[in-house]
Write a protein that binds this ligand. Structure first.
Ligand SMILES: [Zn+2]
Length: 248
């Protein structure tokens, strides 16, 4: 039963998000450029909410306070190194991106690794509890949607045709599913690592939210944009809060 939940959310957070992003491309570019920041703001709230109201408390409950916080710290450092070595960071900018040098295949490789981790995060959360899994899965879907929209834009700008961009995005994005399956099998064999994986998952969400999405939001200036962003971030946090309260 848990495996069904895991696979369902792994599919929604990968193939589902890519499909929705492909539909998004049907909108004219100015509309997309207005909508994507809204999605990014909401995703930021869900990521921070899922990390701090769901994953981290659960990790602490299972593995203790100090070990869990230490693991989060280690995870944040590891993600920093990974981002330096690989192209960990998401890219939401439309058009060629300075961070990634506008290389389509580099985007795809980074996406494959990132989505693999997302899959493992979904599995670890559902193996703790279904409500935690749902909150976590929602945060994955919420941040994957604008990310895939951005990826499509970069691939198209690097000269991919729409079909080719869709095919490659599906191929690289579907690593969520092996990531989820591997974590599911691994954690069944070694349940003592559940708390560690949860703490690393919290670190991953915090890193994406704080080091990746929020700097992107800051690049958009204007008072009303700021208020709108704050409102949507709070809406994201509120969604997770409601899901978490429902559990108790
Ligand atoms: Zn992701």
């Amino acid at each position: 039963m848990v495996l069904t939940w895991i696979l369902g959310f792994a599919l929604l957070g990968s193939v589902g998000a890519i499909g929705a992003a492909a539909l998004f491309l049907l909108f004219p570019k100015p509309v997309r450029e207005r909508l994507v920041p809204f999605l990014v703001s909401y995703a930021t709230g869900t990521l921070l909410g899922a990390a701090l109201l769901g994953l981290l408390p659960e990790a602490i409950e299972q593995g203790g306070l100090r070990p869990s916080l230490g693991t989060v710290l280690g995870g944040l450092m590891a993600f920093f190194v990974l981002e330096r070595l690989l192209i960990w960071r998401h890219c939401h900018a439309e058009g060629p991106c300075e961070v990634h040098g506008a290389t389509g295949y580099l985007i795809l490789a980074g996406d494959a690794l990132h989505n693999f981790v997302d899959g493992a995060v979904i599995a670890a959360a559902f193996m703790s509890s279904v409500p935690l899994g749902i909150a976590t899965g929602l945060a994955v879907i919420a941040h994957e949607l604008p990310q895939e929209v951005g990826d499509f834009a970069i691939l198209l700008d690097s000269g991919f045709t729409r079909m080719r961009a869709l095919k490659w995005n599906l191929l690289s994005g579907s690593t969520t599913i092996p990531g989820a399956l591997l974590a599911y099998v691994g954690l069944q064999q070694l349940p003592q690592f559940n708390a560690t994986i949860l703490a690393l998952s919290a670190a991953s969400f915090l890193y994406i939210g704080l080091a990746d999405l929020i700097p992107g939001l800051h690049r958009r200036i204007g008072a009303e944009t700021g208020l709108g962003q704050l409102f949507l971030i709070l809406a994201g946090v509120g969604t997770i809060l409601m899901l978490r309260m429902h559990q108790n």
